[in-house]
Design a protein around this ligand. Sequence first.
Ligand code: CP3
Length: 354
Amino acid sequence: TSAEQNTAPGGEGGVVPTLVAAARGEATPHTPVWFMRQAGRSLPEYRALREGNAMLEACRRPELCTEITLQPVRRHDVDAAIFFSDIVVPVQAVGVDLDIVPGVGPVVAEPFRTRADLDRLPELTPDMVTDITESVAGVRAALRSDQALIGFAGAPFTLASYLVEGGPSKNHENTKALMHGDPELWNDLCERLAAIAGAFLQVQVDAGADAVQLFDSWVGYLNRADYQRFVAPHSARVLASVEGRVPRIHFGVGTGELLDLMGDAGAEVVGVDYRVDLADALERTGGRHALQGNLDPALLFAPDEPLMARVDEIVEAGRKAPGHIFNLGHGVLPTTDPDVLTRVTARVHETSGR
Ligand code: CP3
């Protein structure tokens, strides 16, 4: 649990990043805040840098990656940077032919369906991603010691869904057909993906990431029994790869029914989407975990009065949790006015400050 964490690698001069302290359940000067997808299309400075650079190329070029990661931190004064990358970067790094198509998402040239496809998923070794090491170290060096750098990886289920479906999917039917039709192949596929995701997290922590988030974005499409049988052991292995080194955040969309299982998979912090009240999330996770969340990203389009009232409610509800990291219930929508994110950050700092 959160109390078992060692010292934070990024906190120089004895200063622990605010987000790390909250994740460990320690007292903080204010509730730390960051936003999923804070680096990206809502920022004009991001769109300018991305001009003429494909997404996956931008992720692999340290000068671009570092700058894009830092843009939202400078602009909003959030308490954490989320490393600018994508869940498919480590899969591409081991040689899988895929692309990120603008407005669509990751598209895999040849979907994974058979045992022979496992050969396309060798181990990820640090020499395959030296640019990631360089970028993470560059970002960490540019942050204040009270700010955190969050590394991340995609969880085996969500990665498998992209590989098996060949791209984004509404119903994940091919993924579920494989899971139930050939459990052995499913498990072997997820084992490979867990090894790759775990190695990707280790590279980021070795280079200075202060915390990690495991994104299992689409696992809310499963029931509890299937989650426990086909997914949790693999996600647990990824989380275990950095156990005791940095706090681990575990997040998925529509996972209200799975929150306790996601915490039990080995995370100090459970990410909560906007459909579940934090008070309910606290009850469902038995008070064993800090919580992260959970403002509805669509509320950023509402007038300030109802928006800030909701922000205050979330901060208040978070005080009852063992620790609270303010965030959205899913990623920033591309058409969000970035000034609203700056104001929400200031509001969280103000209302939560001691
Ligand atoms: O600010 C941040 O959050 C950091 C960067 C980040 C990206 N992807 C950059 C990105 C992170 C943490 C991710 C994770 C990611 N990628 C997830 C999990 C998070 C979630 O939203 O649930 C998933 C499911 C993916 C796969 C993926 N990559 C999708 C669904 C898309 C969107 C496609 C689109 O264009 O709408 C991408 C592309 C992507 N990843 C973009 C960014 C900034 C947009 C590409 C662009 O700007 O051209």
